[in-house]
Design a protein around this ligand. Structure first.
Ligand SMILES: *[C@@H]1O[C@H](CO)[C@@H](O)[C@H](O)[C@H]1NC(C)=O
Length: 414
């Protein structure tokens, strides 16, 4: 199903990153049709100028802080968009801002910082290919909301800073895009405001702490999300109720082993206890690796690589060199050959996002359950696997996924 939706999307939006459909810009914008010959035309730039009319930015009572609720956000956003028509949703669908980040201070050792850079490079690569904006934060916007709680004040501020973005896509620093071609099936989420990876039966029957993963999610830039984040953040360390929430979460989720209140448990708690209020707008994605646990994935990378090579050997179209900008079109050609690749441990489709949960690359204190260097080898392999998909557009590849300095020239039409 996931693959179908994705394939259909590609076919109906073949030039998604580079074109702008004239039908979305009205005549009153003063844009003539000829200017569409160049999507970055002068007219498009002019429209970005300050409008004369005041917007919500001129309201001195408006705050970016998660502690100050925002009201009528949908109207405020809509009005801003009205004054900035060049940012209306284009033929490429909804605008996405990917948000990620890390602590303000250095990692415990240089290897951690080096990995941080490579994890970020991976996100920049993905965003460049698909035309998404990316914001990296290296500050805690609320002094008491650190580590996994830091994302909420950041997303709140990003929503206000980016009224043009329909979605904010939070991606943890330790998550790697391992399929550079795959695109989010946004049409599927049309009626939802929050998308997380997980399994409904683990939430509602097992009440498991790991029934969803809060390290990667899409959240719509709308009033619902503002309200939801307000309630979600009320379990955070900035409140006097923090300890109490830790106890409540533990008594609600039997497999939660640590005492502090955390954002993931908070999300599951709200799904369980305020289901009627929120759950119908929350999409629990379980049909592809919206994010996947690295231990399930890393061991499959060699076989996945091989199966893609096997397909490419059969299909001349897939061996042709293309410009990096044509990557999405290339994906469309490949899609039919991935029809039966499936999802999960036995899949030979590239996993979309590989998440190094528990590896703690920045402080080096990985979960003791992970044997020896498994985290380090896993990250190396996933990063080089992803980078090969990029390097290929530049004529090279890493023949050995555990050695990032080893490089070979890509043969033409091998
Ligand atoms: C990889 O493929 C081989 C050959 O088909 C198979 O024997 C092996 O179990 C696969 N490995 C994994 C981790 O799936």
């Amino acid at each position: 199903m996931a693959l179908m939706v994705c394939a259909l999307w590609f076919f109906t939006h073949p030039l998604s990153t580079s074109t702008k459909s004239p039908k979305h810009v009205s005549a009153s914008d003063g844009v003539t049709s000829t200017q569409y010959c160049n999507p970055r035309s002068r007219a498009a730039v002019d429209l970005r100028h300050d409008p004369a009319n005041p917007t919500f930015y001129d309201d001195p009572t408006l705050s970016y802080s998660i502690e100050k609720p925002i009201e009528n956000w949908d109207e405020k956003r809509r009005e801003w968009l009205l004054h900035h028509p060049s940012f209306a949703p284009g033929s490429d669908g909804d605008r996405i801002l990917l948000v990620t980040g890390s602590q303000p201070s250095p990692c415990k050792n240089p290897r951690g910082d080096h990995l941080m850079l490579r994890f970020f490079k991976n996100k920049v690569d993905y965003c460049r290919i698909h035309g998404y904006d990316v914001f990296y934060s290296n500050t805690f916007l609320h002094p008491n909301m650190r580590s996994y709680w830091a994302k909420l004040p950041l997303i709140r501020a990003a929503m206000v800073a980016h009224p043009e973005a329909e979605w904010i896509w939070w991606v943890d620093s330790d998550a790697v895009f391992t399929d550079m071609e795959f695109k989010l099936p946004l049409k599927r989420y049309r009626d939802h405001n929050l998308v997380v990876h997980g399994w409904a039966h683990l939430i509602y029957e097992e009440k498991s702490w790991v029934s969803v993963n809060a390290g990667v999610f899409l959240i719509r830039n709308c009033q619902w999300s503002m309200d939801f984040m307000q309630v979600w953040a009320s379990m955070g360390p900035q409140t006097p109720d923090f300890e109490k929430w830790g106890q409540i979460q533990r008594s609600t989720l039997p497999d939660k082993m640590f005492p502090g209140s955390d954002d993931q448990s908070g999300l599951i708690y709200l799904l369980l206890k305020e289901r009627e209020k929120w759950a119908d707008k929350i999409y629990i994605e379980g049909e592809y690796y919206f994010q996947g646990y690295w231990l399930d994935i890393v061991g499959t990378i060699d076989n996945v690589t091989e199966s893609y090579v096997r397909i490419e050997k059969k299909v001349h179209e897939l061996r042709r060199r293309r410009a990096e900008k044509e990557t999405e079109g290339y994906a469309v050609v490949r899609e039919p050959y991935l029809k039966n690749a499936g999802y999960g441990k036995d899949s030979w489709r590239r996993p979309f996002i590989t998440h190094f949960t528990g590896c703690q690359h920045c402080n080096g204190d990985h979960n003791p359950a992970y044997a020896g260097d498994s985290c380090r080898f896993g990250m190396e392999k996933a990063l080089n696997f992803a980078n090969n998909q990029i390097l290929r557009k530049y004529g090279f590849f890493h023949p050995n996924l555990l050695n990032p300095t080893d490089l070979s020239e890509l043969p033409f039409d091998f």
